[in-house]
Design a protein around this ligand. Sequence first.
Ligand code: FES
Ligand code: FES
Length: 164
Amino acid sequence: MIEPLKTVPISFKVNGRPVSLEVGAGETALHAIRERLQLTGAKEGCGIGECGACTILVNAKAVNACLMLAAQMDGTSIRTVEGLAGGGSIHPLQKAFLDHHAVQCGFCTPGLLMSAAALLKEHPCPDRRTIADGLSGNLCRCTGYRQIFQAVEAVAQGEKEKTQ
Ligand code: FES
Ligand code: FES
C-alpha cells in the first residue's frame, strides 16, 4: 500500500530570496511563512479568507495566505510586507499610511499594504470606488477606512505627479 504524502519539498522566492522547504501536505502558506520563515508581518485573523490580515503577493497578485497551501508556493515569487520597502527607506504606501493616520492597532495594516500595492500595480490612478473595491477583502476594525483610502490616493497622486 502506498503511504500518503506527509511532506512536500518546495522551492520558491520570498522577497527576492530563494528558499527551499519541506512543508506539510496540509500546511497553509501562512503557517509556513510565519512559523518556518519567521516572517510574521502577515497575520492570522479569521483563518477562513474573510479578513485579509494574511494578505501576501503571489506572483504580484494579492492572495489570502490562510487559504493557500504551502505546497502551492512551489515555483512562485512571494512578497510579504517585510519585502515591501527597499533601498533603506519605507515604501511610499507605508509612509502615506503614517502621514494619513491610517494605522491604529495595526493588525490589519500589513494585509492592507499588500492589497494596496497590488491594486496600484493594476490601477495606477484609481478612483475612490476602485480603491474601495480593491481593498474590500481587507477588514479594519479601527480606522473607518477613510484614512486608508486617502493614503492610497496620496500615493497614486504622487506617482502621477512624478510622471508629469
Ligand atoms: S486570516 Fe486569512 S483572510 Fe483572515
Ligand atoms: S488599524 Fe486596527 S484593525 Fe485596522
